[in-house]
Write a protein that binds this ligand. Sequence first.
Ligand SMILES: Nc1ncnc2c1ncn2[C@@H]1O[C@H](COP(=O)(O)OP(=O)(O)O)[C@@H](O)[C@H]1O
Ligand SMILES: [Mg+2]
Length: 297
Amino acid sequence: MVETRLPPGVSAIHVLPADHHDGPWDTMVVPPGTKERLLGHALLVLRHGRALQSLSGPPHGVIVLAGPPGTGKTTLCQGLAQAAALAVSRRGATTFVEIDPHAFPSEMLGESQRAVRRLFAETLPELAARRPHTVVLLDEVEALAVRRSTASFETNPVDVHRATDAALDGLDALRSACPHVLMLCTTNFLAAVDEAFLSRADLVLQMSLPDDEVLARILGHSLAELAAQWPALAPLAADDSLHAKLAARCSGVDGRRARKLVLAALAARPELAEDPGLLSADDLWEVAGAAAVGDIA
Ligand SMILES: Nc1ncnc2c1ncn2[C@@H]1O[C@H](COP(=O)(O)OP(=O)(O)O)[C@@H](O)[C@H]1O
Ligand SMILES: [Mg+2]
């Protein structure tokens, strides 16, 4: 369920668990133990955030996923929200709030600072009061918590620095008011995120580009999804050695491009676009070669 009237700075609100959110968690191929660690951190905050607040070093409820674009950070956060919501569903539903960090304008002096303050002091606490569990996704957090120590005042006007201060103050205030709220943050540029913000993270997970083995699994999975629609593709979807060869051929591409590769193969010839069931290993081989040299989007 998506709510239509959204508070400022919020790009979407979902109520989880929801059936159509099941996909991302299962389809993400990550190193062993990664999902367990993420889910562990998430559940600790959602279930016991209040009780843990009395510790000398309480959790901040912040998880940061860092890594190059297309490595699945946003998708993994969305999947984690659903997986955590499922795990706590016996105790009630979860509000999943997606923040648009680019909704905080820095052009007007004082404006973004006020907007950030309102987000943490009003919007998020109000949303957190709605349901027993709340997960917030702060995508591309470097837009909101700009590293003050290295950011030049020329490229980052004073207002941006103030907005970072407001984000830190806001995070601390939210933590004491709503210690059970989980904040999932992503960044393409860890070096651009403010150190004080990062030091508040309970977990900073570095995502890397997929190696050939992971690429092969992503390709196999993408073909399996197509084969569900066009059963003639089942042999291609089941051909692990083909997936491995394709992965070696496009070695070094990110996960997003790997997913697009199968689509690019379908779009390569009008006959295939007309009837995807005609897709052949040769078609895939061709686009895998092109992907390696950066010919496809
Ligand atoms: N390790 C991976 N396993 C499976 N799919 C992946 C992986 N990395 C990226 N993808 C796919 O690439 C696409 C882009 O991922 P996204 O979450 O938007 O990346 P990011 O936020 O890091 O830029 C998604 O469709 C996702 O499923
Ligand atoms: Mg992203």
